[in-house]
Design a protein around this ligand. Structure first.
Ligand SMILES: [Zn+2]
Length: 422
């Protein structure tokens, strides 16, 4: 597979200065004093970001549309108006103290790609849509990726409407306000046919920077299993009870966690295992701990690894807990998402033929792409972020790397949407 001429011309027309200027304009919306962005889903700042995107799209004559959960679409028509579109994008909302690139890069790279096609005089056979999915971060209204999940039919809009944020605002009201801010937009239905979906995103990990690559050709999104482990002991006086007869829940939990660390050892360093929360009862320095509750977050790109090691967790916990009682509850299980070879290859070919250094890698974090992958052939393009930091005001990326991502996207979209003589 080699890149066709139209794809090369579109990639070459990507404008680094414009792309960077737009990131900085978006970073003004919800800018925090510490330099990051707080642009939570369906907030006034989210509404302002949507308006700015629509303004830029209108200047090009692209066709805006919205669905009932305020997923926002901007279409550059193709030669065949009835063909299912190729869709590119991500999200515009941020964490409460987020950065300037997470999510918004995918949307702005999508818009930049459309404009590059315009400027290169490339017409596509299929329409190309830029999408901004609603509420990816889930920081205001949990869970995250709500827009993509509802669109993909994995969550019902009705189940979202009654949710409230910390201030007591109902999701239904914030949604109505957001939709009312853009009256007259064409309405799309959930789950309309999509020929392919490509999501550009900052890596949120250190691999691209460490290896000197500008593009991550994402092979899929790793799966995750989450557990809560309860270790029940018996309280007693720290000064009087002999060690021999104790049921010390901390002692049991420490031994169990150490054994779990062994179980989860991975020479290839692909497996992710985290005990991130430990609660001790009664949490008193001179009382034998009666109960410990701890969390397990276990992730891997391969279903077999998640299956096999996950299956051993409960048994191992019981073996290492000594005289204490252990209960293990699985609270979440999401299988890995493997992107189709056709999309991964298209992205890789674009990076390769454009002479941009790239690396194949799985995504460690969840994305809207998790959900859209169930509906449509899906892929992701990563660009480096400084030290792998995200969800932080310190999140940073270079204009050059963002541009590389937009170039690969533009070329990939032309390939996937099919070029038509201009
Ligand atoms: Zn994101």
């Amino acid at each position: 597979m080699t890149l066709e001429d139209a794809a090369r011309r579109a990639a070459a027309a990507v404008d680094q200065e414009r792309l960077w200027r737009r990131h900085m304009a978006m970073a003004e919306i919800g800018r925090t004093r510490v330099g990051g962005v707080s642009r939570q889903a369906l907030s006034g700042d989210d509404i302002r970001a949507r308006a700015l995107l629509l303004e830029w799209a209108a200047a090009r004559g692209y066709e805006p549309a919205v669905d009932d959960i305020a997923n926002l679409f901007v279409r550059r028509p193709g030669r065949d108006p009835d063909a299912a579109p190729v869709v590119a994008g991500s999200h515009m909302d941020s964490q409460p103290l987020g950065g300037r690139f997470d999510g918004i890069f995918g949307v702005l790279a999508g818009l930049e790609a459309l404009e590059a096609l315009d400027e290169a005089g490339v017409a596509s056979a299929r329409p190309i849509d830029v999408v901004a999915w609603t509420n990816e971060e889930g920081g205001r209204f949990a869970p995250g990726a709500m827009g993509a999940a509802v669109f993909a039919g994995q969550m019902r809009l009705d189940d979202c409407l009654g949710l409230t944020d910390a201030a007591g605002t109902r999701f239904a009201d914030a949604l109505a306000q957001t939709l009312a801010a853009t009256p007259g937009l064409a309405r799309r239905r959930f789950g309309f046919p999509i020929a392919a979906y490509v999501e550009p995103h900052i890596e949120q990990g250190p691999q691209l920077e460490a290896t000197g690559n500008q593009i991550g050709v994402v092979t899929g999104i790793q799966g995750a299993r989450w557990y809560v482990v309860e270790v029940a002991g018996e309280p007693g006086h720290a000064g009087t009870a002999p060690l021999g007869g104790r049921k010390d829940a901390v002692r049991a939990a420490v031994a169990t966690i150490a054994a779990l660390q062994e179980l989860m050892h991975d020479e290839t360093d692909q497996l992710r295992f985290t005990v991130g929360r430990i609660e001790v009862l009664p949490n008193s320095p001179n009382t034998i701990p009666a109960k410990v509750t701890f969390s397990i977050d276990f992730r891997h790109p391969e279903a077999a690894v998640l299956e096999h090691r996950g299956a051993r967790i409960a048994d191992l916990c019981r073996r290492f807990a000594g005289p204490c009682e252990v209960t293990v509850t699985e609270t979440f299980n999401r299988p890995p998402c493997v992107f189709p070879v056709r999309i991964v290859d298209a992205i890789e070919t674009a990076a390769h033929d454009l002479g941009i250094p790239y690396l194949r890698l799985p995504s460690g974090a969840f994305h809207d792409a998790n959900f859209i992958a169930d509906l449509a052939p899906t892929g992701m393009i990563f660009v480096p972020c400084e030290k792998g930091i995200s969800h932080s005001p310190a999140e940073n990326a270079t204009p050059e790397d963002l541009t590389a991502g937009a170039r690969v996207l533009a070329a990939t979209l032309v390939e996937l949407a099919g070029s038509a003589a201009a």
